[in-house]
Ligand binder design. Structure first.
Ligand code: GDP
Length: 445
């Protein structure tokens, strides 16, 4: 799960405010203290922690909260806003050159995920009607060129690499040549993979800086492993001084990242996070949206990404219908079942489910999620009458008992499913209408 522990601790500390009418300064300070500790434990840099908690505190003690109908919910909103702000505010898209080819250079430590990212980015751009060329300028690591060739093959894109047997070769020359090659052959985006080292070192920086000078890239993306924790800021700053970059890509967000890198790097470098890498396969890749990431961290769900991924997997018409259903409250258990059945066809069920509001709180269930869960859900919904599937309000005690018996499940199972469905439908409605969903159990705004 994205930032598992940080997410759990932030949501827990905010839940402590629940049910309080007015918030006293002591209430606010208690929560701020917990937020501070959660952020520090997640390896967020001290500067960022100070600024973040300072800003949240100031707003939480202001009239904005005092006069709110539901102060606790208002504080959630504030924390959400401030998270969006430290994650960079709004999304920054790739800048393409007016005259192709657009040159994108990748830089970062060895193992950060540059080569993998090159393939992901190429595939993503190819889907968008671009014709990318991957360029192998990591001539340091044994097999790096071959690895890039494999990645390019998987992504179905072309690769430019030095002739084998030409010795170690000169990466700066390779980079330069590749741009001429791309121009001649009409590739419109050149993605240059560069060498990394296990630690920051002067020679590496110089080589990357030379490649930058030789190719004048439109974008230099600094690729950073989200799991490197406290070293994130110093590594980013070293690359900023040595090569400089226009944007950041966070990788391995699927792992047990503590969140520090993501939450520190924008403020500390002034550069936006542009993409996130979330797994080893080429499709585990997303443009980075600060607002959606904040919602995921606060367990408010990421319905927009969910809808987009659904749009890719299903046809557009179906996805539009779905969004309409969310907005108009006509999403039924039947749709829910159909969704789940279709999800079976989609790469990663767990990943999709983890984008639902409240998913963090169901972490354990998600970890244990298996196909059996789907079979059980199917059994329960199929034991309902058509009318019941369309209107869960009909489900009184005796009907629930009948459904439990019919599906071989318990009434508790039936209740859990119905609750989950109702909560999801409610939250999706809010989001489909453009609002911020409430944290589960926080009451109305
Ligand atoms: P490079 O040295 O920077 O080119 O890094 P690589 O692209 O070779 O990646 C290093 C390792 O990390 C490889 O085993 C990749 O499969 C893995 N990897 C890259 N990106 C991700 C990611 O987003 N999630 C996970 N789980 N693994 C990744």
């Amino acid at each position: 799960a994205t930032f598992g522990t940080l997410s759990t601790r932030l949501t827990e500390s905010l839940k402590n405010l629940r049910g309080k009418g007015k918030l006293s300064a002591a209430d606010v300070d208690g929560t701020i203290r917990e937020i501070r500790r959660a952020l520090l434990d997640a390896d967020v840099s001290l500067n960022v922690v100070k600024k973040f908690t300072g800003d949240v505190r100031e707003r939480a003690l202001s009239d904005e909260v005092n006069k709110a109908l539901n102060p606790a919910q208002q504080v959630v909103q504030i924390v959400n806003d401030e998270l969006v702000a430290i994650l960079g505010g709004s999304q920054r898209r790739l800048e393409f050159a007016k005259k192709p080819p657009t040159v994108i250079m990748l830089a970062g430590l060895q193992g950060a995920g540059k080569t993998t990212l090159a393939g992901k980015l190429a595939k993503y751009l190819a889907k968008d009607k671009h014709t990318p060329l991957l360029v192998a300028c990591d001539l340091q690591r044994p097999n790096a060129v071959q690895q890039l060739e494999v990645v390019a093959g998987n992504a179905g894109v072309a690769v430019y690499s030095p002739e084998p047997g030409n010795g170690v070769g000169d990466p700066v020359q390779v980079a330069k040549d590749s741009i001429k090659f791309a121009t001649d052959k009409q590739y419109d985006v050149v993605i240059i993979d560069t060498a990394g080292r296990l630690g920051v070192d002067a020679e590496l920086m110089k080589q990357a800086a030379d490649i930058r000078t030789a190719t004048s890239p439109d974008e230099v993306l600094f690729v950073i492993d989200a799991m490197i924790g406290q070293d994130a800021v110093s590594t980013a700053q070293a690359f900023q001084d040595g090569v400089d970059f226009t944007g950041v890509v966070l990788t391995k967000l699927d792992g047990d990242a503590r969140g520090g890198a993501a939450l520190s790097v924008v403020s500390e470098t002034g550069r936006p996070i542009m993409f996130a890498s979330t797994g080893e396969t080429l499709d585990d890749f997303e443009p980075f949206y600060p607002d959606r990431m904040a919602s995921r961290i606060l367990d408010l769900g990421d319905i927009l990404t969910l809808i987009e991924q659904a749009q890719e997997a299903f046809d557009e018409e179906e996805a539009a219908q779905l969004q309409e259903k969310f907005a108009t409250d006509s999403f039924t258990l039947e749709d829910f079942l159909k969704q789940m059945q279709q999800l079976k066809n989609m790469g990663s069920m767990k990943k999709m489910l983890s984008m639902l509001p409240g998913a963090g709180a169901m972490k354990e269930q998600l970890e244990n999620f298996d196909e059996q869960e789907l079979v059980r859900t199917e059994a329960i919904i199929q034991s309902m009458t058509k009318a019941e599937r369309q209107n869960t309000k009909l489900l009184n005690g005796s009907r629930r008992l009948r459904i439990a018996k019919g599906s071989g499940m318990t009434v508790t199972d039936v209740n859990a499913l119905v609750n989950r469905f109702e909560q999801a439908a409610k939250m999706m409605k809010t989001v489909a209408k453009g609002g911020v969903p409430q944290m589960p159990g926080m009451g109305p705004m």
